[in-house]
Structures are given as structure tokens and as C-alpha cells.
Design a protein around this ligand. Sequence first.
Ligand code: MN3
Length: 278
Amino acid sequence: MNKKIFLACFVAFAATFSTSSFAQAVKVKPVKKQTEARPVETTPSDLKTDVIKKPMLIPASGNQGSDWSSPAGELAFPALPYAYDALEPAIDKLTVEIHYDRHHRAYYNNFAKAISGTEFASMPITDIFAKISDMPVSVRNNGGGFYNHVIYWENLSPKGGGEPGGELAEMIKKQFGEYTKFVEKFEDAAKTRFGSGWAWLSVDPKNGELFISSSPNQDNPLMNTSERMGTPILALDVWEHAYYLKYQNKRADYISAFWKIVNWPVVEKRYMQAKSKK
Ligand code: MN3
């Protein structure tokens, strides 16, 4: 081969090779297309960026353990009681991370903003909920979003599952029959909640009875807009952001996995507290 031609071929080859490697190195992952039409969730606007790894350490708060009696303006954003991957395989790490660090934190921040400098800042959040029909919609959505997720994270545990014990177990048996009947009824409330919302087990303050309900959006049974008001002792988030990455449209599979991570001792403790306040 002519030396010049060889050199030209070599340069052309090298240029092609280096261009394609470079192209590969900077190749951006294609954005996953949504494969089916589904209801659009309202998500805080700062959720659109990729997940940023942040240290887990968040200052411990005064409201850990569901003490909601302090003024709403003094409530802190509580630390997640376990690592992001601790609930696997029931709930995957990325879902917990985004759900807690983006969604929940945004509700907290927006709630703090909504009540800052208002008379609501000095009221316990439970008193705000009791008058929620008179409150601005930002207080309702973000206050509910903040509170509901604290209840939810606390009633989950990597060591959860099994069945409730103590007086709660007795009351469940008395009101719903076997434990499996209770599970069926709770699952029904969670599955049939249309769109985004929550399923709840609560204590009726008037007679100490347990009842199952569901709520739309970020509403909860403490709000005076509820059909039946009560103190929530078990919460299940059925917004798509709580399960979609792992379960996609299979909400029912997420709901059955939920029972494997329910922190019954916490639910029992809440039951005893709610009962004593009736
Ligand atoms: Mn949620």
C-alpha cells in the first residue's frame, strides 16, 4: 500500500473511532417514555430534578413519636426512622428516598411557609385540622402532606409485619372478627380510593371504636371535612409516588406488601394513647 494512502486511511479510522468513543462517553440516558395514560399526580415543582444524594442526618425533632401538641410553627421535619433501603423488598430504596426526601420534605417546607407569620403557627396542627374547612388550601394540602407522611413512616419498620397484639388485637377481633377480615376491609378502602389518597385505621374519640376509612389527596381523619373524624393510628399512602417505580399500576401488590412492614407496636401505642384521650 502506498504510504500516503495508508496514512490517510489510518487518520480517518482513528478519527472515526475517537468520535464514536466520545459520543458513547457523553451519551445521555434516553428518557423513559410513559407507556400508558394514567392520572397525573400533583407534585411539588422541585421534584423534577434527578435524585441528589444527601446525607441522612437530619436534626431529630420534637415531634418524633407523634407528639403533636406543640405549636405547628415549632414542628421540625423528623428524621426517617430507618435507612432508605431498609424497607426492601416491600418498598424499594429509590421510592423511599424520593418519597421522604423530596415529596415529604416539600410538604413540610411549604406548610412552614404557608403558616409563617400567621395565627396558625401558634396552633397545634391537630387544631388546624379540626378547622381545616376554614383554612387556605395550601395549609390543608401541605399540612396534611406533612402530618400524614410522619404517621406513615413511623408505622412502617424493616422488622415489621406479623399481627397486632394487646388490646388493639382484642378490639380488632371484637369489631372486625378475625384479623384477616380486618385486613380485607382495610385493603378494600386502599384499593378503591380513586386517584391519590390514603387509607386509615382510626379511633373514634366519641366511643373509642376503631374504624377504617380513606381520604382524597392529603386529607386525613383529623380534618373536619372527613365523613367520620377520628385519631389515625395506621396510615397507608396510596399515591402513585408511594409505589409506582416498583409496582407500576399494581397498587394491590403494594398494598399486600405493606402488611410485611407494618410496625404494630407503634400502632398499638397510638391506639392506647388515642383511647385514653376519648
Ligand atoms: Mn406520599
